[in-house]
Design a protein around this ligand. Structure first.
Ligand code: GAR
Length: 220
C-alpha cells in the first residue's frame, strides 16, 4: 500500500474511536486518510461529527436483518467503499456482524476494536460482562475481523485494572481512554505494512523488516 492508508470507518453510534483516529491523523501520528464513514444507523452522532470534520459520511440501508447486513446490502456497502477508494475498513463501534460479501471483498483488510480482553467477553457489553464475571483485569482488543463474533487474529491489547468500586460506566470510561490510544497505534502498524497474519498470530515486523519485504515484494 503506497501513500496514506485509505480508511473507511463503519460506525453505529457515538463515534469517539472514529474521532480518535481523525485526531491521530491530524496530529501526524497516523499516516492515513479517512475516505468515508458509513453507518447502519441514520441518527448516529458519529455521522454528524464526521461531516463536521469534513469527512464524507453516509447512512446506508441494511436490509431486513437486525444483527447483520443482508447480502444485497453488503454488495451496496462494498460498492460505496470501493467508490471512495477504501483499502482498509475499521469498525469503530459498529454493532452488526460482517458477512461473506464484505469479508471477501476486503480479505485481511478489516479491523475492529472491542472493549474487552478477547477471547474473554466477546459480543455486546464486554465491559459489563467483565464486571459481572468478577474479573480483576479488563481492557480492549484490536483484531482482524473474520467470520466469527470477535474471533479474528489479535493485533493489540491494553489492560485496565478493575477497581472494587467500579460501575459499568466508570470501567467503560477507563477502557475507552485506552481504546483511543490503541486503535490509532494498531492502524499505524497496518499503515507501515508491519503486520503479518500467521495462523492465529499477528506478527509485528520491525520497520526495517517491513521495508525490506516491501522492496522484495512491492505488492505487499
Ligand atoms: C467502544 O467501546 C467500542 O469498543 C465498542 O463500542 C464502543 C463504541 O464507542 N464496540 C463494541 O462493543 C463492538 N462489539 P464509540 O462509538 O464512541 O467509538
Amino acid at each position: 500500500m503506497a501513500g496514506p492508508l485509505a480508511l473507511g470507518i463503519l460506525v453505529s453510534g457515538r463515534g469517539s474511536n472514529m474521532e480518535a483516529v481523525l485526531d491521530a491523523i491530524g496530529a501526524g501520528q497516523l499516516d492515513a486518510e479517512v475516505r468515508v464513514v458509513l453507518s447502519d444507523v441514520e441518527s448516529a452522532p458519529a455521522l454528524r461529527t464526521a461531516l463536521s470534520r469534513g469527512v464524507p459520511a453516509l447512512h446506508i440501508p441494511t436490509g431486513k436483518y437486525r444483527t447483520r447486513l443482508s447480502d444485497e446490502a453488503e454488495k451496496e456497502w462494498v460498492r460505496v467503499l470501493r467508490e471512495h477508494g477504501v483499502e482498509v475498513i475499521a469498525l469503530a463501534g459498529f454493532m452488526r456482524m460482517i458477512h461473506e460479501t464484505i469479508l471477501s471483498a476486503f480479505a485481511g483488510r478489516i479491523v475492529n476494536i472491542h472493549p474487552a480482553l478477547l477471547p474473554a467477553f466477546p459480543g455486546l457489553h464486554g465491559q459489563r460482562q467483565a464486571l459481572d464475571y468478577g474479573a480483576k483485569v479488563a481492557g480492549c482488543t484490536v483484531h482482524f475481523v473474520n467470520e466469527g463474533m470477535d474471533t479474528g487474529p489479535i493485533i493489540g491489547q491494553r489492560v485496565v485494572r478493575v477497581e472494587a468500586d467500579d460501575t459499568e460506566q466508570s470501567l467503560s470510561a477507563r477502557i475507552l481512554e485506552q481504546e483511543h490510544e490503541l486503535y490509532p497505534e494498531c492502524l499505524q502498524l497496518l499503515a507501515e505494512g508491519r503486520l503479518r497474519i500467521d495462523g492465529r498470530r499477528v506478527r509485528i515486523l520491525s520497520a526495517q523488516d517491513a521495508l525490506r519485504k516491501e522492496c522484495n515484494d512491492p505488492s505487499g
